[in-house]
Ligand binder design. Structure first.
Ligand code: NAD
Length: 243
């Protein structure tokens, strides 16, 4: 019960990695603020938690900065303090550079990266007793494949944000880390056109489960990781290590 009397905001909590993270944190005693644009999916997540009564559900698009402000304010008013923030919501588009418009880049950068900065802003204003920020990046922050340029760039930016937040959080007891999943068996992976078309072929040993990533996220959030900050934690079954 490492998270008793602690409150964590999770974006992308309606599916996959976000839902698995909510399940682990609830089982360890946390109060949760669950964010996703899919309200019905959030209800399913909540119903499956160990303590569904200690949950605030906020259905909104993370791209909308004012909604992030409202979510943070409602979290404070319901639970008094926010100890952790986990940025999980993410989206991909599959298009070559020749076809991507400025709007495409802006949309993907906003969902995957700017949304994290909105919540980080409020965390730095309110985490007077310290806290932990966890950004779900990707191995695409370092190595990537064709057609996913905006996604890969946004994930690299999240790793950079973790470094900046760790530096500005030092001395304030605010830690920040990026988690870099490899391939994870969630709807995002199953619906990937690169996988469906055979452009990207995965060894079954390279595919992890949402719980594998949630385990690393919860570690980074917890006091067990008190000396871990500004880091990228790769959770990919060894995929990036191969020649
Ligand atoms: P998923 O599709 O199962 O879940 C993503 C969730 O984010 C969904 O519930 C969706 O509704 C929500 N979401 C998407 N856009 C949103 C928006 N604008 N506002 C609010 N909510 C929004 O995918 P997942 O695999 O669990 O992905 C979670 C995170 O993990 C993403 O950031 C993704 O980039 C990252 N990741 C996934 C993999 C993988 O192979 N699945 C690998 C590396 C990184």
């Amino acid at each position: 019960m490492r998270f008793q009397n602690k409150t964590v905001i999770i974006t992308g909590a309606g599916s996959g990695i976000g839902r698995a993270t909510a399940e682990r944190l609830s089982a360890e005693g946390a109060n949760l603020v669950l964010v996703d644009r899919d309200a019905a999916a959030l209800d399913v997540t909540r119903a499956g938690l160990a303590a569904p009564d200690r949950v605030l559900v906020r259905a909104h698009d993370v791209s909308v900065e004012s909604e992030a402000e409202r979510t943070y304010a409602e979290a404070l008013s319901r639970f008094g303090y926010v100890d952790g923030f986990v940025n999980v919501a993410g989206a991909m588009i599959y298009q070559p550079l020749a076809e991507l418009t400025g709007n495409d880049w802006a949309r993907i950068m906003t969902i995957n990266f700017f949304a994290a900065t909105y919540f980080t802003h409020h965390a730095f204003r309110h985490m007077s007793r310290g806290g932990s920020l966890v950004y779900v990046s990707s191995i695409h922050a370092h190595q990537t494949s064709p057609l996913v340029g905006p996604y890969a760039a946004a994930k690299a930016a999240l790793s950079s944000l973790a470094r900046t937040a760790s530096i500005e959080g030092r001395g304030r007891n605010i830690r920040a880390n990026a988690i870099l999943p490899g391939a994870v068996d969630t709807p995002m992976l199953r619906e990937s056109p690169n996988i469906k078309s055979g452009l990207e072929v995965l060894d079954p040993l390279d595919i992890g489960q949402a719980e594998d990533i949630a385990a690393a996220i919860v570690f980074a959030l917890s006091d067990d990781a008190r000396f871990v900050t500004g880091s990228e934690i790769t959770v990919d079954g060894g995929r990036l290590a191969k020649l």
